[in-house]
Design a protein around this ligand. Sequence first.
Ligand code: F6R
Length: 604
Amino acid sequence: MCGIIGVTGTGPAVPRLIDSLKRLEYRGYDSAGVAALVDGKIERRRAKGKIRELEAVLAAEPLDATIGIGHTRWATHGAPTTANAHPHKAGRVTLVHNGIIENFAELKAELVAEGHAFESQTDTEVVAHLLDSQLGKINDPLVAFKTVLDRLTGAYALAVLIEGEDGLILGARRGSPLVVGWGEGEMYLGSDALAVGPFTQKISYLEEGDFVAIDRSGARMFDASGAPADRPIVQVSASSALVEKGEHRHFMEKEIHEQPDSVQHTLSEYLDFVNGKAKPGEIDFATVERIQIVACGTAFYAGQIGRYAFERLAGLPCDVEIASEFRYRHPALTKGTLAVAVSQSGETADTLASLTWCKAQGLKTAALVNVHSSSMAREAGTLWPTHAGPEIGVASTKAFTAQVAALLALAVTAGVQRGRIDPATEGELVRALFEAPRLIAESMAMDGALKEVAHDLSKATDVLFLGRGAMFPLAMEGALKLKEISYIHAEGYAAGELKHGPIALIDEETPTIALAPLDDVFEKTASNLQEIAARGGPVIMIAPKTAPDPHGAGIRRVDAPDCHSLIAPLIYAIPVQLLAYYTAVQKGTDVDQPRNLAKSVTVE
Ligand code: F6R
């Protein structure tokens, strides 16, 4: 994941930028760069590869400055080249960015028509041009910056230098985190507390939609509406450990909030955002006759969501099985089967054994794993990485959505390669995936309503989760999350199965959580909810505002963002995780290390 640092003070800025960038190396990157204001002019140094390559460039052409910004880039739009490395520059403006500017193509077209010339393939560069253009019309840099932010669609964290504005760095966050660090006569911006950790432990966490101006003497912070905002200064631990909870109470909460980034980085492994295409990988799906996914727990539910996509988009038969059953069942698999192990750790004993067995049968194998040096990564013929970063909370969250994101993207590739998806549809599906990080960030706004629901759930002894289509495995994942960390008994069902048994459980004490995106089966789910309400069962329907109200007393609604049905499992995963999290917090359980559970199950 990309890293950001900004320093404005009186001492040499560039060694500080490099020190910070080294601390951000753990996030993964393929190019790095810095920009500094030298004698009133902004100069950049950038390099493909590691920080040491950037240091070599700086050794040859040093930058002597007291203000600068730096970035480690993990390529999403455009290859990892020096030209695509941040900072990006246009006129008086130079900036670094994490996230995705979804409407960059439309903004770029507009700017090109006005005569702006672009030098990179990135989405970021449009922001620099847009701000430079606004600065030509509006004198106040903060006002100009706000007009630019108002035009951006997507998820971002930004740090900006402007020629002629000595000592000033502007910053903004939406979807990607950004912190302000407070020093003595020196101020900092960073993508996390770790970025500013070498210089200060005094941090203000910017909130969603905030923007900020820092200079040597302090920071002026504003909320999304432009009103001054007061974000408290907190003292963070001096530890330089690679993983810390930051502004969050638990790792699980932190990891839930990291999902706009982790999903974006995972998607960019499989999709070419610049050209709106699915990237062909090592495996040609046209030669695959069947997919057999094996996994455990949460990864198994991710696999089931993948199955809906592979079959629907690519017409590719796909089976998904719990690894502990698969490995002892003597399954009959045909030669053209691609066996896929899905796992966060890549070490789960049953999944690894199933993969090894499939390989021994002479099948093609792939491992979709988050730990890229794990046993499964080494065992499988093909490595399909997820880029969720280290997951510390025992209950899996960001690793799950990274698995789902990768499987959805691979299903689009499969559909293209098997001639089921034409170029126009490919463009539409890639665009839909492209919107997921922003919509995930927007989904966090459901937290207020979900806390209220969690208050009631914490008193329940049984909870039902319902969904249809890809929402069915997500309902099972929701039930698993709730069981794991709040110790409340929960089950996930296909909504249509209700009448075949589970409806007998319905009473006034048993809440039902319904995952109901506005898709082709919404009406059917809605009528199942009426059946529950008619029997006195409390129903919480998570659905977009635009979805009609099911007629039934006692159906509470929680509004989710509107989204393309392909990405609904990614978007609806957020309320499901938050609900489990808030319920567990309400109950006071050990959220990050629930009883009896281990992060990686390397025994049977
Ligand atoms: C649930 C959870 C577990 C794991 C399962 C597989 O929150 O974390 O169900 O998903 O133990 O682990 P991995 O993905 O490492 O194979």
